[in-house]
Design a binder for this molecule. Sequence first.
Ligand code: 9MJ
Length: 676
Amino acid sequence: MCDPKDPDYQIEELRVQIEYHNYNYHALDSPEITDAEFDRLFAELQRLEALHPHLIVSGSPTQRVGSAPLKKFQEVTHTVPMLSLENAFTDADLAKFDHDICTELKLSKVAYTGEPKLDGLAVSIRYENGDLVQASTRGDGTTGEDITQNVRTIRTVPLRLFGNDWPAVLEVRGEIFMRKKAFNTLNTLIIAQGGKPLANPRNAAAGSLRQLDPTVTAQRPLSFICYGLGIVEEPQEPLPTNHQELIYYLINWGLPISSELSYLKDLEACRAYYQDIGMLRDSLDYPIDGVVFKVNSFAHQAKLGFRSHNPRWAIAYKFPPEEQLTRIEAIEFQVGRTGAITPVAKLRPIQVGGVTVSNATLHNIDEVTRKDIRVGDLVSIYRAGDVIPKIGQVHLEHRPKFSEVTKLPDLCPICGSKILKPEGEAVARCTGGLYCPAQRKETIRHFASRPAMDIEGLGDKLIEQLVAKKLVTAPSELYSLELSQLVNLERMGAKSAANLLTALERSKTTTLARFIYALGIRDVGETTAQALTQQFHDLNSLMHASNEALQNVEGVGLVVAEHIVTFFQQLHNREEITRLLQAGLQWSSTNVPKKIPNMHLEGKIFVLTGTLSRPRSQIKAALEARGAKVSGSVSAKTDYLVAGADSGSKLTKAKALGTKILDESALDLLLKEAQN
Ligand code: 9MJ
């Protein structure tokens, strides 16, 4: 039956070998063979599977990225809820946790396991007869989202369990995360491609898992570590009786576990473990925000049971956020688009969590007064979970002798107009409106931004010059700029000036939702602008809508409705809208259904490369409106590569794969066909 010459046998043998080496490489970081040898095994498996396609199964290592993009994620119900952990922040919290457990179990001491608390996303992965069949997010603990396709692309997740002694149904629970090094490499790449860097490894992992297209997730360097079980049915062997033993089972099934996991005989050992991991924290290549202690014995865990959202037998002892001390050298008052005055502390530059911090927002004057923050103060700066630095404690004992209370200025530091702070509101505002260059600059920046009019090439420095030289005092004036005016600006050659004029011209064809968002009405973000468009269909109806009618729109309450009404009541805003329309801004009627019904490009996958004459976001929107999808990389699934000037490796790959290649005029033809 097991003839080694059988393709069946050979294929299965290769799969076992590949998964074994995959595990050594990705989970243990200790490869036993060279990359070239691994590639040879993989190629051999691909060759045999191509010869015998009926033998291809979803658990094969060749099938990690094999699924088409989804429209949306399906819901998954967790039969065994995915609970979160209670937090401890102090040694006293930990001691209480241990004390309550000892009391409940009537024991003088209890043994625990300790693991670093990974800062990623909790997932549940279901194996049936050893094969990965489903992976889901935690969601609210009872219902999560089906992210099977994405999880399958993660190399440390076995598609098939090792050995053959697993239960018929086995759900494993663990954390998906991004290693720090991988995160930094990814961000470097994103920045090089002109994208916005990801805030931190946790956000990067979350964003990667939320991709509907698994080919995108496959390019993200995600990792997985397993730390528990969900539902288990029909075990073949007696199940483990404690957490430490469970870890051995998980290892034998090929599931990656934390290399820092430790057996801890009592509370004292837990304290020492917390200290040890705290010291290691910076040197670990994965992000952690504490340690997790679990009662080792499953019999004890069962006896302790659960609270509504947490197991009683586990706790996450968090590390304090990283903190550094520095002095406030000045407090500046910055003026935002709506005139909001934000006090900002200018700090003596300091490294916090690997980043140099020299500014910290003080939010609003009430907060400054409440904390009595002054120039010259010594303050703690910390970065908690995200990249935005915050001011913690003000160390009053180190305050300079003659420091002065920080006061809100009476006049705007930019334009000299009066600053008003309405009773009961935390935010003070400059009353200068578009007379104030700061507000003008921010208004134009918002107007030109990608989700608004998407004017490529109109960056901060340029806007600053246009406003300072009074070439532009309102967005509509952007459209009367002339080449001769632009070429005289700093760092502006004839070519970029011409490009900017082309970008301005192109931006005139837009959508109503973008236009409404671009107007910069207070509290009207992209989503609200879209909802308004769907309700009112045309600009005129929106401009005349009553407060009550506006409140029927999703996301619009009394206050936002009032902002909208007030905005359109003001003559200077109505005049500015008229000027914009006269400049040629236009959009197609939104009375038609949201999607163009003739979806000729439905399901087609496009990749864009090289220098194109229009912003990519515009081409992407045009393709998506016709049912197509735009992907970031060329694969066998790509239907069309749109190649501009200087196309590089994507073009080479597309040629090798025989993918259809379009230049921009061919693309335009295709887009037209799809619309007719
Ligand atoms: C993390 N995040 O590392 C648990 N976790 O156990 C570990 N989370 C957990 N265990 C039960 N190591 C619920 C959550």
